[in-house]
Ligand binder design. Structure first.
Ligand SMILES: NC(=O)c1ccc[n+]([C@@H]2O[C@H](COP(=O)([O-])OP(=O)(O)OC[C@H]3O[C@@H](n4cnc5c(N)ncnc54)[C@H](OP(=O)(O)O)[C@@H]3O)[C@@H](O)[C@H]2O)c1
Length: 771
């Protein structure tokens, strides 16, 4: 196909750009500013938080894409452009504001580009947004040439060559839009039915009951919101598939094309529909490798580099249709400068037809790149990358389903076993395996359409437009995909660009992940707090044992059998209380101290009780506390029990936060002075403690052993699960937290404590009051 000579010039055009803050939009804006000095650009920008549209544009102009332009223009030139050439039309696609009446060109790039958004969100932005824009344009009196940015994948599930033409379908897109945008109301109502709310609450109670009532309420509401989102996402996916599309993104982009055709071209407007393939980093402009964050194909590439994808359900000969962003920008601006003579024109800006990159070649490239430049492994060393054999989509998907079923069965079995260091390690590994499997499953779902397709996007129109450009413009302003050397682009431009973006993340541990094996250097800081739970973490004991030690140390061995018998008699009640709420158990159990003279308890704790407790303390815990102190961190020992009972190990910490027991006439009453500091009460205390003391929780450390500790551990940047119970071990594995096993080591403990502050062993017998 030949066409008349084309131009790259936009002269003094007034251009309206939507999506100017996005990946493609900012690159279009940069080219307009740097290469089309006569143009005026109106930007449709919505407010974000407290930032106005204008604030956002000022911030935008400081991004790397504008660096060369800023340097060339100078600060005065930038201010001048802001004054004379850039206009902000504040507003969003959900309610398009009145538009200028003197527009020459409109580039509609704004869109939600997520593959899997809730159905109402996708339709509101992509379809409702196009309707709103073209109606507002009509109302403005402007008669611009419109470049409507769509996507190559807009045609849905297909095989073979897709022409650059109007999509063929007879779906009532307006009815689909109406049904989709009202879906949320129906699903929200369904989510609030009492039976459903009860189910959310029951599940939340089973999983978070130990963390406290607010955690249960939060989890229950989060489950309701997640249920609504899941239903709306599923509604989008299923409706798209039932109409022959891959996902709701491509379906709504198809209907947006209809809106442009019917509401703009259908009423006499000039229209070019530009359909790019998968847009990735710039080949040359504004500089090689420029990219604004991780884009469509990149999560897949990076997940491979991190060793998370042992196999992938792609077809080796399917074409992964990549296109550098500067080619897309050049094509959009060429289309903007050259309105079609007749009806709408369609342009595929894609590489698959003229310079295909099959998936197996892409794989060879990622394999070679990550073998030469491996990602750092969280536990040190480098991540080895797998070799894919491409056994076929179905085989991989079936293997994934079998693996999930195996993991679920193992998890059920392990949660029934008693918590030993072996079961804990297994549960933690299982948590990690499950989260890796979830990554693989979500990638498989999201990318299925892109790597299992046999589509080729015809690019005849795009090549004709390119060929019609002046010869001297075809280099810098061109988009001839046959010039792309894929090996060069991938190895030297694109992969380095995206791995540089993420390498810092790879090195920085996910919360606690980098320290899974080694303890790591502690950074010297004074705004860091290290919080240690006592029972089960620093000492390998519980309240019942402590009580028995108090009895035996204070009353001699003869007191043991009676105390044990009386505890055994009440054990079912204690266990029930413990299951319901740890605070309730502590409160109930500590009543046993009622009547004991406070001074006598202190003497017992300083004597025989101390010996026993120290025999159960972990030297690793005390050494860790000492290391934190040496790094300038504030060390805090926290217990739901009473402070007096922590005395033997207290010297190893800067502060002990514990309950106090009410004392009357010198004797303990058995009642606590304030509720015990456990689960979310401890989380609330920690928030307040950090706010008052100026501690940075994201840089702070926590050590806990129980699922009930989750509520406060998750507030910290460095959570550690120490001797975790089954549920905490599984969560820690899933979240890649560090897991430690700390064992009692009496001799080492004495050494550790002596260096902190020696404890006087002063034993005394006698006195009454214990039950
Ligand atoms: N990226 C690709 O690989 C690819 C491939 C083919 C086609 N495309 C098409 O290219 C166009 C640009 O994509 P992109 O990658 O630049 O996307 P992007 O980076 O996600 O940017 C989306 C832009 O749309 C704006 N936007 C979203 N919802 C809006 C709303 N309700 N009101 C006003 N503005 C809204 C965003 O503004 P805020 O900053 O306010 O959120 C942002 O400026 C889209 O039409 C997309 O379908 C992209």
């Amino acid at each position: 196909m030949t066409r008349p000579a084309a131009t790259t010039g936009l002269g003094a055009a007034h251009v309206l750009l939507t999506g100017g803050t996005g990946f493609v939009g900012q690159a279009v804006l940069e080219r307009l500013l740097s290469a089309h000095p006569g143009t005026t650009v109106s930007l449709l920008v919505r407010t974000k938080g407290s930032a106005s549209g204008e604030d956002r544009v000022r911030t935008l102009l400081r991004k790397p894409v504008f660096r060369a332009w800023r340097e060339a223009a100078g600060e005065a030139g930038v201010e001048d452009a802001l004054r004379r050439r850039i206009r902000v039309v504040e507003g969003g696609l959900d309610a398009v504001p009145p538009l200028p009446g003197d527009l020459d060109v409109v580039i509609h790039s704004a869109s939600t580009v997520s593959f899997d958004p809730p159905i109402d969100q996708a339709f509101t932005t992509n379809v409702g947004g196009a309707i709103g824009l073209y109606e507002a344009l009509r109302a403005s009196g402007s008669t611009p040439h419109v470049v409507h940015v769509s996507t190559c994948y807009v045609g849905g599930l297909r095989k073979g060559v897709v022409p650059e033409a109007r999509l063929e379908h007879t779906i009532d897109w307006r009815a689909e839009h109406a049904a989709a945008t009202s879906a949320r109301e129906r699903v929200e109502l369904a989510s609030r039915r009492p039976a459903r709310l009860r189910a959310f609450m029951e599940r939340a109670r089973a999983q978070h009951g130990k963390e406290g009532p607010q955690s249960v309420a939060r989890a229950s509401e989060a489950a309701r919101v997640a249920w609504v989102t899941e239903r709306l996402v599923d509604a989008g996916r299923t409706r798209a598939e039932s109409l022959g599309w891959t996902d709701v993104y491509t379906l709504t982009k198809a209907f947006a094309e209809r809106a442009a055709e019917e509401l703009w071209a259908g009423t006499g407007g000039s229209l070019s529909v530009v359909r790019p393939a998968i847009i990735e980093s710039a080949l040359a402009h504004p500089f090689p490798g420029w990219i604004d964050g991780v884009k469509v194909a990149d999560p897949l590439i990076l997940a491979y580099g991190r060793g998370l994808l042992p196999e992938f359900p792609g077809l080796p000969d399917s074409v992964l249709d990549l296109i550098p962003v500067d080619y897309v920008v050049n094509a959009i601006l060429a289309a903007a400068a050259n309105p079609p003579a007749g009806g709408p024109e369609y342009l595929h800006i894609a590489s698959g037809a003229s310079n295909p990159l099959p998936f197996h070649r892409m794989f060879e490239n990622v394999h070679a790149y990550f073998t030469a430049h491996p990602m750092p492994a969280p536990e040190g060393g480098h991540v080895p990358v797998p070799t894919w054999r491409f056994p076929g989509g179905r085989t991989v998907e079936r293997a994934v389903a079998r693996r999930r079923a195996r993991l679920v069965r193992r998890e059920r079995r392990l949660l029934r076993l008693p918590s030993t260091s072996r079961t804990r390690t297994r549960l933690a590994e299982l948590g990690t395996n499950k989260s890796e499997l979830e990554t693989l499953e979500s990638f498989t779902r999201l990318y299925r359409a892109y790597v299992q397709t046999e589509i080729i996007f015809d690019d005849t129109n795009a090549r004709a437009l390119h060929a019609a450009l002046p010869a001297q413009a075809r280099g810098d302003r061109g988009f001839d995909v046959t010039r792309i050397d894929w090996e060069h682009y991938l190895q030297h431009v694109h992969f380095p660009a995206i791995t540089t973006l993420t390498r810092a993340y790879a090195r920085r541990p996910e919360p606690g992940a980098g320290e899974r094996r080694g303890t790591g250097e502690l950074p010297r800081r004074t705004d860091v707090v290290a919080v240690f739970d006592l029972e089960g973490t620093v000492v390998d004991t519980n309240l019942v044992e402590q009580y028995l030690w108090v009895r035996s140390a204070g009353f001699g061995w003869a007191a043991w059998p009676g105390a044990v018998a009386s505890i055994l008699a009440q054990l079912p009640g204690y266990l029930r209380a413990e299951r319901r709420d740890r605070g309730e158990f502590i409160r109930t159990f500590l009543r046993r101290y009622a009547g004991l003279p406070a001074a006598h308890l202190e003497r017992i704790v300083g004597g025989g009780y101390a010996e026993r407790m120290l025999a159960h303390a972990s030297a690793a815990a005390l050494e860790r506390a000492a290391a934190h102190r040496a790094a300038g961190h504030r060390t805090v020992l926290v217990t739901g029990s009473i402070g007096t009972l922590t005395a033997p190990v207290a010297a190893a910490f800067d502060e002990v936060v514990a309950s106090e027991m009410h004392v009357k006439d010198g004797r303990l009453t058995g009642f606590l002075a304030r509720p015990p500091l456990v689960d979310e009460a401890r989380a609330n205390w920690l928030r307040q403690y950090a706010a008052r003391g100026g501690f940075d929780l994201s840089a702070s450390y926590g050590y806990g052993d129980s699922h009930a500790d989750l509520a406060w551990l998750e507030l910290l940047g460095h959570p550690h699960a120490v001797n975790p119970d089954g549920r905490l071990a599984r969560e820690a594995g899933r979240r890649r937290w560090r897991i430690d096993t700390w064992r009692p080591s009496p001799r080492a403990v004495n050494r550790a404590l002596m260096s902190a502050n020696p404890v006087d062993a002063d034993r005394e017998e006698g006195a009454g009051g214990l039950h």
